[in-house]
Design a binder for this molecule. Structure first.
Ligand SMILES: *Cc1c(COP(=O)(O)O)cnc(C)c1O
Length: 357
């Protein structure tokens, strides 16, 4: 469909109404999220073998720069429809960035609990900027989520973490968009796994599109955790999760069981990658494809590279990698891991010496 001023993209609730729980028109809270690019890899694809197609679902181009907006539009719209006046969430950063933006738009109060000193600068600035009450917990994400669950049991306030089923509903729309572009599901879908809401959502989306006859195949779901925060891979919670990829620094995922289901039903896998592999993939995407994603996002790319070393892919395979959030979210990691700027006197000859010409 051609998009014009009279016919704009309306956000995921209006665009995928047939596949989502009903929301009253005047309750919809949207920032016209979704409709993100499915970018074809130009340079990395050749590292994967002949006849393999690699594509990136660049979710960093959502309104608050992560995929969280897809679920947040549903969760906040439903909260508004139900007459809720306030929302609350625990967050490694992006959920709070998204929740506070949608709450601002809805005229609702927002409370966000974040692990003190452990969220990326861009995300913290977003949460602060939208006028929410930002509460730093002297603990990790899992501690924060436990407090949120307890408060929600006792007080009239809506939790917008991915334990809120509407979050998953909204997030599954990314799978629909991929299928609409490809005309089918990819052979493999690679995705970072933190709280495991997104892998659950994509799998639900693919299955529903399949059932509706919109696609005739299903992808194998390939989830990747960070080595220092890999409870699902290890088979037990991790008390003190550690990784440079703060968005997946989660030791006890809320959607653990559903992630296992997505893996098993799709004949996929959930594996882990090291911080070194994550940073390599993060830099590779920026330097070889012009795509700046945040470190956690690159876990999916790191997963593709890890698997491909084992001679995994074959001719004709289509691989989609979800890049969950924008690189500007975490400027510190970008600056730490990149070549430093060179300082010279304001003299042309000094600059010329530095050019490789
Ligand atoms: C939330 C988030 C994840 C993890 O998604 P889950 O649904 O918690 O598994 C990964 N990357 C980014 C950028 C995120 O914001």
């Amino acid at each position: 469909m051609v998009r014009t001023a009279k016919n704009p993209w309306r956000g995921v609730i209006s665009e995928f109404r047939d596949f989502l729980p009903e929301v009253k028109e005047d309750s919809i809270v949207t920032l016209q999220e979704g409709n993100t690019p499915l970018l074809k890899s130009i340079n990395i694809t050749s590292m994967l073998g002949k006849g393999v197609t690699l594509l990136f679902k660049y979710e960093g181009l959502n309104p608050t720069a992560s995929f969280k907006d897809r679920g947040m539009t549903m969760a906040v719209s439903k909260a508004r429809e139900d007459g809720s006046k306030a929302i609350i969430c625990a967050s490694t950063g992006n959920t709070s960035a998204s929740a506070t933006a949608y709450a601002a738009r809805a005229g609702m109060k927002a409370y966000v609990l974040i692990p003190k000193g452990n969220i990326a600068l861009g995300k913290l600035s977003q949460a602060m900027m939208h006028g929410a009450k930002v509460i730093q917990i002297e603990g990790n994400f899992d501690n924060a989520l436990a407090i949120v669950r307890e408060i929600a049991e006792k007080y009239p306030i809506t939790v917008v973490n991915s334990i809120n089923p509407y979050r998953i509903e909204g997030q599954k729309t990314a799978a629909f968009e991929i299928c609409q572009v490809l005309g089918q599901a990819p052979s493999y879908h690679f995705i970072p796994v933190g709280n495991a809401g997104n892998i659950t959502a994509y799998w639900k989306g693919y299955k529903e599109f399949h059932k509706a006859g919109s696609i005739s195949n299903l992808p194998r779901m390939m989830g990747f955790q960070a080595e220092g925060a890999a409870p699902i891979v290890l088979g037990h919670p991790v008390d003190e999760p550690k990784t440079v990829a703060s968005a997946i620094r989660i030791g006890n995922p809320a959607n653990w069981e559903d992630a296992l289901k997505a893996r098993d039903e799709s004949d996929g896998l959930i594996d882990m990658v090291s911080d070194k592999e994550i940073i390599e993939a993060y830099r590779l995407l920026a330097i070889n494809e012009g795509i700046f994603c945040e470190p956690a996002s690159a876990a999916s790319m790191a997963g593709v590279l890890k698997i491909s070393k084992e001679g995994f892919f074959k001719e004709g395979d289509t691989i989609v990698c979800t890049l969950t959030g924008h690189g500007l979210k975490d400027p510190d990691t970008a600056i730490e891991t990149s070549e430093k700027p060179i300082t010279v006197k304001p003299r042309t000859e000094d600059v010329i010496k530095l050019l490789e010409i």
